[in-house]
Design a protein around this ligand. Structure first.
Ligand code: NAD
Length: 513
């Protein structure tokens, strides 16, 4: 039961979030070329935005660089106070921001709210961290000396984000960067500028409440296309670029950052797998697989895309999965009964159709996968998730298609299943469903899954912020969020102090003048 039109709904939420109708005011000034803000719910244009011009981008960079020079001198726990205020704003506006994520990215309501909760969680984590940015004191080989390492703020951080986590990824980076003493410029996806404007409005409120210690330009926002991302990548003042998106994007960004020795956190594509072993709890596995493969309409970097099912349980599991694929509720993500919302746009649906054609051509049996044009018309891209039984891992199963396709094959030996799971270019997330301790530990061992995330009896999607998040190989190797990911946002200095009256040299070297 949806009452408001998508456009009216979005404009009302934006107003409650403090983004005025002339939203371009938040985009660090205006620009010549327009950027249409669309909703995938009906594929329509909600409003037009002005893009940030090259001059405005330069001004934003200059201000953020200056802001860093001041912010790095503010004590860490005081910087944490700003993030605490940001979390307060997010708590107060959770419902509206979550709904805006639903309206602009097409996530179902609980996932939109979940994304905002993730922002709150990382802020809480960062506030605690602001008192724990500690180094080590290390035993020195020289008498009357002390050796220690300290962590200093790094510089201006550029954050480039993808459409599918339009708000959480900024906060994973920004909350840590802020307590680490860095300034931040955000280049959100051109497909989700409104959520970025709303977050920027809330962050600006937090900065105002914080007071004069927060320098002007501490948090910048660039609204527009990839050329603004390139600007961050190429500018010498940007010490670290954290870029989330496709591996194709990472391939362009990484060499440019390497060429100027800038730091990179790359969070790129995934082609995540799960193994269902003979001893698996099939009821639990079924629910985990359904959420991981179909949830968010298959548009998570951690979405389950490949399933290796042991021959002995294949016929007990796969028909039940097929039934779940056939009956899952697809529709307007604002309807609480909906489990699968739309794809971001028609291009994504075309990509899905192409992958399914390729799979059919090499012997895959496709269940579902059709475009559902009757839900909200031609401009929206609703699809039924596809389950594809494959004779072997081949063709489109070997790459990421950013849509709800789950390829399934049989296996007989665990070693072979692990080898197959690792035999793709991406290395983000992975799971095994088993009650056999030896199988679980083998999967988690050095010769097991080669991914940044490896789970037992949990699907590959849906990480908590307490752990470090990221993946290996073509996923880019970056780590964000919890554990010691904060170290990427700081620079380490090793200090040795001689408090004696002699000058002993390391390694026993003598040098008398
Ligand atoms: P995308 O690569 O099309 O765009 C991502 C961002 O990069 C956008 O802001 C875009 O403007 C910018 N960009 C593109 N080319 C650039 C360039 N040459 N220089 C600088 N910036 C550039 O990705 P998308 O379609 O928005 O998102 C989907 C992809 O993101 C999927 O592959 C998904 O797996 C991946 N993703 C990864 C993670 C992760 O943490 N590993 C998280 C979310 C999404």
């Amino acid at each position: 039961p949806t009452i408001l039109s998508v456009r009216d709904d979005t404009l009302a939420v934006l107003e409650r979030l403090g983004v005025p109708a002339s939203a371009s005011a938040f985009a660090e000034g205006g620009g010549e070329t327009g950027l249409p803000a669309r909703s995938p719910i009906d594929g329509g244009v909600v409003t037009g935005l002005r893009q940030t011009t090259a001059d405005e981008a330069e001004a934003t960079l200059a201000r953020a660089h200056q802001a860093f020079l001041a912010w790095r001198r503010v004590p860490g726990p005081r910087r944490g106070e700003l993030v605490r205020l940001l979390a307060e704003e997010l708590r107060a506006h959770k419902d509206d921001l979550g709904r805006l994520v639903t309206l602009e990215a097409g996530k179902i309501l609980s996932e939109g709210l979940g994304e905002v909760q993730e922002m709150i969680d990382i802020c809480d984590f960062a506030v605690g961290l602001s008192r724990q940015l500690h180094g080590l004191t290390i035993a020195t080989e020289r008498p009357d000396h002390r050796m220690m390492e300290v962590w200093h703020p790094l510089g201006l951080c550029g954050v480039i984000t993808a459409f599918n986590f339009p708000v959480a990824v900024w906060s994973w980076n920004a909350a840590l960067a802020l307590v680490c003493g860095d300034s931040v410029i955000w280049k959100p996806s051109e497909k989700t500028p409104l959520t970025a404007l709303a977050v920027h409005a809330l962050a600006t409120k937090a900065v105002k409440r914080f007071g004069a210690d927060a320098p002007d330009g501490l948090l910048g926002l660039l609204i527009g296309g990839r050329e603004l991302g390139e600007r961050l990548v190429e500018d010498e003042r940007v010490a670290l670029v954290s870029a989330t998106g496709s591996t194709a994007m990472g391939r362009q960004v990484a060499p440019k950052l390497a060429a100027r020795f800038a730091r990179a956190i790359l969070e790129l594509g995934g082609n995540n797998a799960a193994i269902v072993a003979p001893s698996a709890d099939l009821d639990l596995a079924l629910r985990a697989i359904a959420f991981a493969a179909m949830g968010t309409a298959g548009q998570r970097c951690t979405t389950l895309r490949r399933l290796f099912v042991h021959d002995s349980v294949y016929d007990a599991l796969v028909p039940r999965l097929k039934a779940a694929y056939g009956s899952v509720r697809i529709g307007d993500p604002r309807d609480p009964a909906t489990l699968i919302g739309p794809l971001i746009d028609g291009t994504a649906a075309d990509g899905m159709a192409r992958a399914l054609d390729e799979a059919r051509a090499i012997g895959g049996t496709v269940h579902g996968g059709e475009r559902l044009r009757d839900i909200r018309g031609e401009a929206a891209a609703y699809v039924r998730p596809a389950l594809v039984e494959m004779p072997e891992q081949a063709g489109p199963m070997r790459r990421e298609t950013f849509a709800p396709i789950l390829y399934v094959t049989r296996y007989t030996e665990l070693e072979e299943a692990i080898a197959q799971q690792n035999a793709v270019a991406a290395g983000l997330s992975s799971s095994i469903f088993t009650r056999d301790l030896s199988e679980a530990e083998t999967f988690l061992s050095a010769s097991g899954s080669d991914c940044g995330i490896a789970n037992v009896n949990i699907g590959p999607s849906g990480a908590e912020i307490g752990g470090a998040f990221g993946g290996e190989k073509e996923t880019g190797g970056g780590r964000e969020a919890g554990s010691d990911s904060w170290k990427a946002y700081m620079r380490r200095a090793t200090n040795t102090i001689n408090y004696g009256k002699t000058l002993p040299l390391a390694q026993g070297v003598t040098f008398e003048v």
